[in-house]
Design a protein around this ligand. Structure first.
Ligand SMILES: Nc1ncnc2c1ncn2[C@@H]1O[C@H](COP(=O)(O)OP(=O)(O)O)[C@@H](O)[C@H]1O
Ligand SMILES: [Mg+2]
Length: 382
């Protein structure tokens, strides 16, 4: 049995600036170097599409298809998981004749068989990422923090992502019904019931993940160059779910929805629910809210948080998730870079990292692979 997740081979076709690309590696640390615009982040984005969702850029699928290509794209990988080895893949069939490029869902394949939806990918790989766009995670909108946190929860609980989507779909239906002058109240009540069942399941999965994450994030490791911190989930439904039995919490949220119909109708949205949950982070050593810390301190704290997430996943599922670290090394001095490589090695994760300069990875150790990206192709340097 493997005690890790690994991607040993990655192939792309008509993906962003790559017409075709193949990378084979069995190393735990993989560094991609090259100039700005070479296509480093594109490779990480392809990897991020090996789990459900829209990938680390959140792009529409038709935008990902290579310009002047067929309009379709594909990503495939040979992977090792704690269960077994698999060949997984995902592809998008574009339709250049339709106005939006045929921007519908993407397909998933496992061991040569087409799957019903890309949601099944959640059963194969666990993956977390850190990108420059997340530098404003602490100071930016709550929705970004929620998505970040839900990705961790999904790594614990394979059904979480599907539940969040189902809740949001029902909520849109409720908002729509509330605006309908001939609103069918029986139907509305039924939707609110279903919403509250999903809401409590979502909240209780978040609470469980938060408990583990809080413990790892607050652990003070003297040698670590990344600060510890305190994370607090802030959400009405999470509070409910933490304090009363699930059945009762479901009743309670259904009642809240019922009571807020008029307000929600006037506001044209649902004001209370797990879609409003946020979290706050305190920089431990400074005892200050994360959003008030310097850019550098926030970056270090974010890395501390990602490492705590990886440790949490490892504790709960027995193997550390794959990490995608986009342009992370460049922000760190030599001491912190070494600290990062050591932490990754100790965790036993596979980490895919990018940076413009090869020297950034000179201390990544013998267990690392180094690739140079240029003009839509990749060569192994080490
Ligand atoms: N759909 C696409 N088709 C072809 N090229 C694309 C597409 N989307 C982005 N690109 C190109 O990919 C490059 C950016 O790649 P990226 O991975 O972000 O670079 P970096 O190495 O700096 O991370 C840019 O040159 C951009 O024009
Ligand atoms: Mg980039």
């Amino acid at each position: 049995m493997n005690l890790h997740y690994r991607i040993n081979r990655l192939t792309l076709s008509d993906f962003r600036n790559y017409s075709s690309l193949r990378i084979e590696t069995s190393r735990p640390l993989v560094a991609l170097t090259g100039q700005n615009g070479a296509g480093k982040t594109n490779v990480l984005e392809a990897l991020s599409l090996l789990v459900p969702g829209r990938g680390l850029r959140g792009s529409a699928f038709n935008v990902i298809a290579r310009l002047n290509g067929s309009g379709s794209w594909g990503v495939a990988a040979d992977i090792e998981t704690p269960e077994d080895e698999y060949k997984i893949g995902t592809s998008f069939e574009g339709d250049p004749t339709s106005e939006d490029g045929g921007n519908t869902g993407r397909n998933a394949m496992v061991d040569g068989e087409v799957q019903r939806s890309s949601g099944v990918l959640t059963n194969y790989l666990k993956m977390l990422w850190l990108t420059p766009a997340m530098d404003r995670l602490f100071a930016g909108p709550a929705s970004d923090r929620r998505r970040f946190f839900d990705r961790l929860v999904a790594a614990f609980d394979a059904h979480h992502g599907a539940r969040v989507s189902a809740f949001e779909k029902l909520m849109r239906e409720r908002n729509f019904l509330l605006q309908d002058p001939r609103c069918d109240y029986t139907w509305l009540t039924s939707i609110e019931r279903q919403m509250s069942e999903h809401a409590i399941a979502i909240a209780s999965a978040r609470n469980a993940a938060a408990t583990t994450l809080q413990r790892h994030f607050a652990a003070r490791a003297e040698a670590s160059p990344f600060p510890w911190g305190i994370l607090q989930l802030v959400g009405d439904i999470e509070q409910l779910s933490a304090h009363i039995p699930a059945v009762q919490a479901e009743e309670e949220y259904a009642r809240i929805l019922y009571d807020s119909r008029n307000v929600d109708r006037a506001q044209q949205r649902t004001l209370k629910g797990p879609h409003r949950t946020d979290f706050t982070v305190t920089h431990g050593p400074k005892n200050a809210p994360a959003e008030l810390c310097s850019t550098g301190e926030q970056k270090a704290l974010l890395i501390g948080l990602i490492l705590a997430q990886a440790r949490s996943v490892k504790e709960l599922v027995g193997a550390a998730p794959i990490l995608l670290l986009d342009e992370v090394a460049a922000h760190l001095d030599a001491f912190r870079r070494r600290g990062l490589f050591e932490a990754l090695t100790e965790l036993g994760v596979q980490a895919w990292m990018t940076g413009t300069d090869e020297n950034l990875f000179s201390e990544a150790g013998v267990q690392s692979a180094l690739y140079h990206v240029e003009h839509g192709s990749i060569v192994e340097v080490k």
